[in-house]
Design a binder for this molecule. Structure first.
Ligand code: 5AD
Length: 349
């Protein structure tokens, strides 16, 4: 007979389970099992990263997007979305502010905007690296060709985030229009990794039609792909999408998945996402307490923040101000964590 606690321990010692075992965990876990996983996850993170929590300055560079992802508030078909893109100067001034606050990683995230040509993005990356040589640059600009990824890497970008969204191709096609496929997504991820990026995949928890079979596949995918980063946040509906009336993802399940991923991949960079903080007050802190080790405050200009709405009511924390960051530091210090001024690279084990 399988038992959830034994399987979590097996995951801890062997760092691998079968698809059936992942499914069994997801289908049978109790609050007590989640509590067990959480304690183990925190202990493991501590053994690799000590008390350090890494911060990344998120810069939402454009909300133009050529894709029609059914869940996403900035998808091409949303006519009520006011579009914007930042200029090179605006992006650099976000970095400037962030640098003063202690950020040593900048994440340029945006929709798939044709104006963000290789030439433009490479120039921005080179300029950031020239002005802030002790900083890492992460890109999150969607699917691009091998040559494009290679050019961005050669320009100095260190990391790339591209959530796989779901590891089940049928489920993938229920979340995306027919011009997008899981196959292409995975090819992109493989390319990023082979080029040398610290690469991040990830999913939304509780996306429409998601089942525990899908989530088991996601865990198996993460195990095998072995990413350096993984973005896990709850699905939250956006009013102008076809998923406007769909249920939100579960807060508890998101925390449990964070713990399982930490146990499976001790040195993974695991953000506690804005979506988690939006779903529940204090959610981002609870994500850290479940095994996450990264927080990504928003450094975008205020005018951009209102328009980069992937889902409704996106959290505006004020963490990106001096006072906000100070408060956060104190909050974490009181529970034994330290928010560090550091690039916070992946620690190879
Ligand atoms: N709810 C939660 N997350 C979302 N994302 C996009 N739309 C939503 C939504 N409605 C996530 C996707 C994407 C990342 C940038 O944001 O997983 O990869």
């Amino acid at each position: 007979m399988m038992n959830v606690k034994d399987l979590i321990e097996k995951l801890n010692t062997q760092k691998s389970l079968t698809l059936e075992e992942y499914f069994f965990i997801l289908d049978n876990y109790t609050e007590k099992d989640a509590e067990f996983a959480k304690k183990l996850a925190v202990q493991i993170r501590k053994s690799v990263y000590g008390n350090a929590i890494y911060i990344r300055g998120l810069i939402e560079v454009s909300n133009y997007c050529k894709n029609g992802c059914l869940y996403c508030g900035i998808n091409r078909d949303n006519k009520s979305c006011t579009r914007y893109r930042l200029s090179m100067e605006e992006i650099l001034s976000c970095c400037e502010n962030g640098y003063k606050l202690g950020f040593r990683t900048f994440v340029m995230q945006g929709g798939e905007d044709n104006h963000f040509t290789d030439e433009f993005v490479c120039n921005v990356v080179k300029e950031i690296k020239a002005r802030f040589p002790d900083c890492a640059v992460t890109l999150s600009l969607g699917e691009r060709s091998y040559d494009s990824y290679k050019a961005l890497y050669d320009a100095g970008a260190d990391r790339y985030l591209l959530r796989h969204e779901t590891a089940d191709s049928e489920h993938y096609s229920m979340l995306h229009p027919s011009d997008l496929s899981l196959k292409t997504r995975i090819e992109c991820l493989e390319n990023l990794k082979s080029i040398g990026f610290q690469t991040g995949c990830g999913i939304m928890v509780g996306s429409p039609y998601q089942t525990n079979e899908h989530l088991a596949k996601d865990l198996k995918f993460i195990e095998e792909f072995d990413p350096q980063m993984c973005g896990i946040g709850p699905f939250l509906p956006h009013k102008d999408t076809v998923f406007a009336d769909k249920e939100k993802g579960s807060f508890e399940l998101t925390l449990f998945l964070l713990s399982l991923i930490r146990i499976m991949k001790p040195s993974i960079l695991l953000p506690s996402t804005t979506a988690l903080g939006t779903l529940r007050e204090g959610g981002r802190e609870m994500g850290i307490m479940a095994g996450a080790n990264v927080i990504m405050p928003n450094l975008s200009p205020d005018t951009a923040k209102d328009k980069y709405m992937l889902y409704d009511n996106k959290l505006r924390t004020g963490l990106e101000s001096v006072e906000g960051l100070e408060k956060l530091k104190q909050k974490f210090a009181s529970i034994g964590y330290e928010i560090v001024t550091d690039r916070g690279d992946y620690k190879k084990q």
